[in-house]
Design a protein around this ligand. Structure first.
Ligand code: NDP
Length: 317
């Protein structure tokens, strides 16, 4: 496949503007390096890694690919100073930050020569990211899995709004798993796409096999936004999600919701495979994902579908 050139591919030094989201418990070095080797941008999801694990994952990723890759750091990670130290020490060149204020870390990261991208769910935060010096933003809509914006703005509305407001390149995320959806996002003003759910259902993802099986069996309406009083998160429906939603419906306090959530529930579900009591973070687009594929096949299929859509956008005969 011929490499493609636009602001996003040039910013990261990649062949295709397809980025794999940094996801807790799913995106370790095997997935990130496979995506990067296939010409996309692979991302290590550091939110579920202790600092020593992150260092080991970065080293393994460097050994498995000579292509660019990134690390995602959720800014509410408890030991964030240590994560940042390791990222600098290991010479990571690209960082995607999320779930926090872009002003806090971007200046230091830029001074150290990193390319910095921040994930946003509103135009207000896209502008803040640009002002803070970020090189690009990911505009992630309401369809997305995992942590989600309070504004509940869909990708269809968020991407053009952000693309109109900022000068830096916009990467669309939330609800994208195939090339026709990628084409739609690019028409709306994005210059690249970030996909999470599609890559959870990949051969190289470190998610538990039972979680992957549940993702490809899920249909429309099987995910909901939960725990809005804590950190809103899109989850597959199961016994835990039902309990959380019942509690929210009767107006449970933050303390009670925290007690229901407990600790390490995402690990219990996505990594250890407890399909009823674990937190199963996934996006709405699971309704369109029907097979577990190697990362390379995902990149090639999405890119070929995108090229076909570009040449025949209205599906005219
Ligand atoms: P919890 O507080 O319920 O549990 C913490 C989990 O993170 C545990 O499973 C723990 O592993 C692991 N962990 C890794 N490093 C540390 C550390 N330094 N201190 C404590 N625990 C650590 O949190 P969640 O599982 O809900 O979230 C974990 C992280 O993932 C947070 O930083 C959060 O911001 C991020 N996150 C990111 C998302 C995204 O979209 N990028 C979505 C959801 C969460 P162990 O059980 O082995 O101790």
């Amino acid at each position: 496949m011929e490499p493609f050139s636009n602001r996003v591919t040039r910013l990261f030094g990649i062949d295709f503007p397809i980025i794999q989201a940094g996801m807790i418990w799913s995106s370790g070095w095997e997935l990130a390096s496979a995506v990067s080797n296939a010409g996309g941008l692979g991302i290590l999801g550091s939110g579920s890694m202790y600092p020593d694990e992150l260092q080991d994952e970065i080293r393994r990723c460097k050994a498995a690919t000579s292509k660019p890759f990134a690390v995602n750091v959720p800014l509410l990670y408890p030991d964030i100073e240590r994560h940042m130290e390791i990222i600098l020490q290991e010479g990571v060149k690209i960082i995607f930050t999320s779930a926090g204020n872009p002003k806090t870390w971007t200046p230091m990261l830029k001074e150290n020569g990193l390319t910095v991208v921040h994930v946003v769910s509103s135009t207000k935060f896209a502008l803040k990211s640009e002002q803070a010096g970020c090189d690009a933003v990911v505009a992630e809509g309401f369809e997305a899995g995992g942590h989600n914006g309070r504004e509940e703005t869909t990708t269809m509305v968020l991407v053009p709004a952000v693309a109109n407001a900022v000068k830096v390149p916009v990467i669309a995320a939330g609800g994208i798993a195939n090339g026709r959806q990628m084409f739609a996002a690019m028409v709306l003003g994005a210059e690249g796409v970030q996909m999470g759910t599609r890559f959870v259902a990949s051969a190289e993802s470190s998610a538990h096999p039972d979680f992957k099986a549940k993702v490809i069996a899920a249909g429309e309406g099987d995910t909901r936004l939960s725990l809005k009083k804590l950190t809103p998160v899109r989850l597959l429906h199961n016994h835990f999600a039902e309990r959380a939603q019942e509690a929210e419906a009767r107006g449970a306090s933050v303390e009670e919701l925290q007690q229901i959530l407990g600790r390490a529930r995402a690990k219990k579900g996505m990594y250890e495979g407890d399909m009823e009591e674990g937190e199963l973070e996934i996006g709405e687009v699971c309704a369109l994902v029907r097979e577990i594929w190697p990362a390379e096949k995902i990149i090639q299929t999405v890119w070929n579908e995108f090229r076909t859509a570009v040449s025949n956008p209205l599906k005219m005969p």
